[in-house]
Design a protein around this ligand. Structure first.
Ligand SMILES: Cc1ncc(COP(=O)(O)O)c(C=O)c1O
Ligand SMILES: Nc1c(O)cccc1C(=O)C[C@H](N)C(=O)O
Length: 417
């Protein structure tokens, strides 16, 4: 087949995949520019169309007119738990276990220190103290920095290990283990059920960072017995820049969850203004201070796009999109290109998140290639040392977007044609 015929063939495949896509109508729920292929929803999700109106209403009516009364009359004070309940089904959590607030970084601190404290309480009286904190060695930097501080705060030794090696590394000294569900750079999906089981069997407490999986694939927190988890809401949950993160604490552990940031909003009776601290029951125990109402309102409205959407269908489309992208990249790039690209993202579905990371050779060209792609309306991002990242949000990404992105990539890096 000639190159032109191959392009036409991928074009036609894309059109028929879009025609058969049950999630295709959801694209209408987002503000997207038709001239741009937006493949950066794994960093900042697109704007859901209903958010601006809702935000304007919160500002003008709830803040402007009701003012202080909105803490009760507009339900502001309960928002962290209420929005948590909207996220819960998307990550496989039953009610009362997810609370929204603060950044992921802050929630990592709460969860990791809380996990160490739970592990130590369980081990109390036993000879081997739990004094080790295992950390996914490929982690996003903020988790690494915070884990290091959490280790100092709790007197633990921090040990970085490859996620897949956790079953061999975890042992009687391990207090807590901090892992990423999907690796931010390569898009590798770690085996949450197996790793959670290994951590539990060793008597340690696991903390999962779901930033790159929440809203992209089924997580099954309750089904897999996850202890604690955190995640951000501005990627696949489309909550907006800096929208508050979430914290999951399994029901069975909530009584023992001892937050290192016991702010007044996590008090059993915050408005009693009692000088003595008494933790709230349930998910509210994970709160800290005054919630960020405007961002949380944007997130709450953004989550309405999930009404009637099954995360399993999202996962099926995500895999189809990334499969198709890899296929188009193979068709449009290759021998003779000035820059060679090789996928760092696993080909196996069971090990793939909702992004594709392409390593450039030479690596120094990657940043320029991404700048050129963005200039031509294909928005992904660049991560050192030479990775082009493309995130696929099934709620609004079409197969025709995917074909166009790969075709433009082929044009930018040069190739056989
Ligand atoms: C895995 C992971 N954890 C944490 C963060 C960021 O946390 P924060 O929302 O606190 O900036 C990111 C991305 O920003 C991430 O990819
Ligand atoms: N959180 C971000 C931000 O505030 C600015 C720019 C990018 C980000 C990101 O989300 C980075 C992201 N976690 C990553 O996977 O690289």
């Amino acid at each position: 087949m000639s190159d032109l015929a191959a392009d036409a063939a991928q074009d036609q495949v894309a059109a028929s995949l879009d025609a058969a896509d049950p999630l295709a109508p959801l694209r209408e729920l987002f503000v997207l520019d038709d001239g741009t292929v937006y493949l950066d929803g794994n960093s900042l999700g697109a704007l859901p169309a209903r958010v601006p109106k809702r935000l304007a209403e919160v500002v003008s009516r709830e803040w402007g007119q009701l003012g202080i009364r909105s803490w009760t009359e507009s339900g502001w004070w309960e928002m962290p738990q209420r929005v948590g309940e909207l996220i819960a089904p998307l990550v496989g959590a039953g009610p009362g276990q997810v609370v929204v607030g603060d950044s992921t970084s802050v929630n990592v601190l709460k969860a990791v220190v809380g996990a160490v404290r739970i592990a130590r309480e369980r081990a109390a009286g036993r000879p081997s103290g739990r004094d080790e904190l295992l950390l996914d060695e490929a982690t996003f930097p903020t988790d690494g920095y915070i884990a290091e501080s959490a280790a100092r705060l709790t007197g633990c030794a921090l040990r970085p290990v490859a996620a897949a090696r956790v079953p061999e590394a975890v042992g009687p000294r391990t207090a807590a283990v901090l892992l990423n569900h999907v690796d931010y750079r390569t898009g590798t999906l770690n085996d949450l059920p197996a790793l959670t089981a290994a951590v539990r069997e060793a008597g340690a407490v696991g903390v999962w960072d779901l930033c790159h999986s929440a809203g992209a694939l089924p997580v099954g927190l309750d089904a897999h017995g996850v202890d604690l988890a955190v995640g951000c809401t501005y990627k696949f949950l489309n909550g907006g820049p800096g929208s508050p993160a979430f914290l999951y604490v399994r029901s069975a552990l909530q009584e023992r969850f001892d937050s290192p940031l016991p702010g007044w909003a996590s008090h059993a009776d915050p408005f009693a203004m009692d000088p003595a601290y008494a933790p709230a029951a349930g998910a509210a125990r994970g709160r800290v201070g005054t919630p960020d109402i405007l961002s949380m309102a944007a997130l709450e409205e953004a989550l309405t796009v999930w009404d009637g959407v099954r995360i399993e269908d999202v996962r099926a489309k995500s895999l189809a999109l990334t499969d198709f992208f890899l296929r188009c990249v193979a068709a449009y790039t290759g021998a003779g290109a000035e820059v060679a690209v090789r996928s760092l993202t696993p080909a196996e579905h069971a090990r793939r998140g909702s992004q594709v990371a392409l390593l450039c050779d030479p690596a120094e060209r990657a940043e320029g290639v991404m700048a050129e792609l963005i200039g031509r309306g294909v928005v992904g991002d660049f991560r050192r040392p030479g990775v082009l990242r493309f995130g696929f949000t099934p709620l609004y990404t079409a197969f025709q977007d995917v074909e166009r992105a790969a075709r433009v990539l082929g044009e930018v890096i040069g190739g056989p044609r």
